[in-house]
Design a protein around this ligand. Structure first.
Ligand code: ATP
Ligand code: MG
Length: 262
């Protein structure tokens, strides 16, 4: 069996996922960028020993991109399953990332699959795929930068059990940074403190704040030998903002925490 990707729980989300899977209920995960949504799904798929099929949604994604289409080749026409049909046949966990990006007529194909019918009708072939009990549909989105006109239709979202993730508390985040970067505790601790300080800034014009992902990136640069402040500037400050004044303010927070020597 392949190794289970590391995931540190923020609360009791692993239990919730497993119960939802057992009860054949689809799951909606909400949370800001870099908070661990993808890692969580990868971890749970491996734990439950199910294949994982991931689809990154975008506004061009059509129902055929998900379900499948006829392909012409060698003088014949052959049906080719899309990722959703493939996942249903495999009894996989199908993870649709950033699902609000997809057009509403696309998300509607999820409806019969996400309620107690658990079927995927393939109109073009007349086939009705019945999802096996192991199949699970998981969707995620980031409520932070969601276009107000977008969002999910109530009839879509009410088919899903919902889970909200945020950034983990300091203790869990420390464990994540240490495990993901191999940094010693004191340096990992500094990164977690920096994140806490940056997240508490409310007067800065930032679309999103320092995520666990950014801490891990900074930590990897430090583990590789870059000085702490240079690593944090590149992986956190410049990743968060294009505005020179804002960057200066974030660097100031860093200097106050780490001192000039770091
Ligand atoms: N709870 C966690 N356990 C282990 N690693 C984590 C956790 N949270 C975040 N990470 C680390 O942060 C990185 C980013 O997490 P991930 O890709 O899962 O975020 P995401 O929520 O899917 O972001 P996005 O919305 O941008 O896709 C991971 O590669 C991992 O290193
Ligand atoms: Mg992700």
């Amino acid at each position: 069996m392949s190794e289970i990707p590391f995931y540190a729980q923020q609360g009791s989300e692993c239990g919730l996922f497993e119960h939802a899977w057992r009860q054949q209920l689809p799951l909606l995960i909400k949370g800001p960028t870099g908070c661990g949504k993808t890692r969580f799904v990868e971890h749970m798929a491996a734990r439950l020993q199910r294949p994982l099929v991931t689809v990154s949604c975008h506004d061009d994604l059509s129902a055929a991109d998900l379900v499948g289409r006829f392909l012409i080749g060698n003088g014949s026409t052959q049906w080719s399953d899309g990722p959703l049909a493939r996942a249903v046949r495999l009894g996989a966990i199908c993870y649709l990332d950033e699902v609000v990006e997809a057009r509403k007529d696309t998300t509607v194909v999820l409806h019969p699959l996400a309620d107690d019918r658990r079927i995927l009708p393939i109109e073009r072939t007349g086939e009705q795929l019945q999802a096996p009990p192991e199949f699970m549909l998981v969707i995620s989105y980031n409520p932070g930068y969601q276009n107000l006109l977008k969002g999910l239709k109530p009839s879509t979202r009410q088919r899903f059990v919902a889970l909200s993730l945020g950034y983990p508390n300091a203790e869990v985040e420390l464990a994540i940074v240490q495990t993901e970067t191999g940094l010693p505790q004191t340096q990992a601790q500094q990164l977690v403190q920096l994140a806490k300080a940056l997240r508490s800034l409310s007067d800065q014009d930032l679309e999103e704040t320092a995520s666990t992902r950014l801490l891990v990136s900074a930590g990897r640069l430090v583990a590789s030998g870059l000085p702490m402040r240079q690593a944090c500037h590149a992986a956190i400050v410049d990743a968060l903002t294009d505005d020179a004044t804002t960057a200066q303010a974030l660097d100031e927070v860093m200097r106050a925490l780490f001192g000039d020597a770091a």
